[in-house]
Design a protein around this ligand. Structure first.
Ligand SMILES: *Cc1c(COP(=O)(O)O)cnc(C)c1O
Length: 431
């Protein structure tokens, strides 16, 4: 009897016990990652530092709830709290972007895009998007993606001379192939997405234009990039890149497509929404509605332009010759260092980047010629043009050291990058 009571108390206690006590191994690894994110100069353009408030919202009892359906029409009881949370997220998204309709349930950007295909196409239909090696996303019809296997994708690229979208090619392809959907936007596009020009082509051929603003959503929200809302009837975005929310995604659209989009997300593609993520999206949108966020968005672009200028001064070739947004694509060919070796050496030097194909890359995708960097994370930490000059100088030295095989030079950059990082706090991380 007594032992039963003791067991019951022990079970009760362990349910209340901290992560540290329950699973010290995972707790230690999370702490290690926190330290790493604090100490590194994080330049991967799809990453950011979510605020303490956003992170707090993700780690809550909302993870316990099931709420298939939409506010006011659910398939489970007990939605007294979830409904107002999701409604707040939806209303804030509509206000922030000026969209007719928003769906905040997609689990990620890839799934959001799948929902768009489900809403507007049948298997085998022709769809159009930017090719992955030209800067597009896997889900814009690249052959290894389900979107390339189950649909019939036609792909556009950029011009060899300018490194920007060739609208003659887009128009010609669209007229010849008559796609049902045209995706614009991408993952390695350093220039402004010309939504108005894509809309013209889409209208000419009767296609639905989908603006995938996963990378630039924060810039759009802050007025540092033109809005797709007047031009694209359907907009897809992640919430965790420049928008600085939790990992998740949203779809926005004109009223006429609202029912089709909602039905495609649920029950077409997903089961229960991740309510803890929905709450954190609502928090991120609240933050993005503040004037400080518009300032943040503009500083991201100012920093990217400053960093691009400094890199070009140091002899780096940039795809399209610069940047209009948060992202810089470096072609390392003239530096005589492959992208992967450079990215790995930079990581050892405390500068986190990713290797990337460049348009018309003669090298293979797993060891391409390019390096993709961006300024959302360093701008969140409060760095400005002076720090961009320092970072360009460190990148330059680390790339030279990679070519020369000089490990001690990499080590010296590691010390300096750690010192730079330690001068700027990182939101969501206790130093
Ligand atoms: C990041 C990204 C996605 C996919 O988002 P996930 O959340 O990683 O699935 C889709 N489209 C574009 C343009 C992206 O940059």
């Amino acid at each position: 009897m007594l032992s039963d009571t003791i067991d019951a108390v022990a079970t009760e206690l362990s349910a209340q016990t901290s992560l540290q006590a329950t699973d010290p191994e995972i707790a230690r690894l999370i702490e290690e990652e926190e330290r790493r994110q604090h100490d590194a100069i994080r330049l991967i353009p799809s990453e950011n530092y979510a605020s303490r408030a956003v992170i707090e919202a993700t780690g809550t009892v909302l993870t316990n709830k099931y709420s298939e359906g939409y506010p006011g029409r659910r398939y489970y009881e007990g939605q007294q709290v979830i409904d107002p949370i999701e409604t707040l997220a939806v209303e804030r998204a509509r206000t922030l972007f000026g969209a007719d309709h928003a769906n905040v349930q997609p689990y990620s950007g890839s799934v959001a895009n799948l929902a768009v295909y489900l809403a507007f196409t049948e298997p085998g239909d022709t769809v159009m998007g930017m090719a992955l090696p030209m800067g597009g996303h896997l889900t814009h019809g690249w052959p290894v993606s389900i979107t390339g296997k189950w649909l019939r994708p036609v792909q556009y690229g950029v011009s060899r001379e300018t490194g920007t979208v060739d609208f003659d090619e887009v128009r010609q392809l669209a007229h010849a192939e008559r796609p049902k959907l045209i995706f614009c936007g991408g993952t390695a596009v350093p220039r402004t997405i010309e939504f108005d020009r894509f809309a013209e082509v889409a209208e000419e051929v009767g296609a639905v234009l989908v603006a995938d603003i996963a990378h630039i959503a924060g810039l759009v929200a802050g007025g540092a990039h033109p809005s797709p809302v007047p031009h694209a009837p359907v907009i897809s975005t992640t919430t965790h890149k420049t928008l600085r929310g939790p990992r998740g995604a949203m779809l926005m659209c004109r009223e006429e497509h609202a029912a089709a989009i909602d039905k495609a997300v649920f029950p077409g593609l997903q089961g229960g929404p991740h309510d803890h993520t929905t709450a954190a999206i609502a928090v991120a949108l609240e933050e993005a509605l503040r004037p400080e966020f518009a300032d943040y968005a503009h500083r991201i672009v100012d920093n990217a332009k400053a960093l691009a200028g400094q890199l070009m001064t140091r002899g780096f070739d940039l795809v399209s010759g610069g940047t209009d947004n948060h992202l810089i694509l470096i072609d390392l060919t003239s530096k005589g260092v492959p992208g992967k070796a450079a990215a790995q050496a930079l990581d050892r030097a405390g500068l986190e980047t990713n290797y990337n194909t460049v348009p018309f890359d003669p090298r293979k995708p797993f060891d391409p010629s390019g390096l993709r960097i961006g300024t959302p994370s360093v701008t969140t930490r409060g760095m400005g043009p002076d720090e961009m000059a320092t970072i360009a100088e460190m990148i330059d030295r680390a790339v030279d050291a990679t070519r020369a095989g000089d490990q001690s030079a990499i080590e010296r950059v590691r010390e300096e990058s750690r010192e730079l990082a330690s001068a700027f706090s990182a939101p969501g991380i206790d130093a």
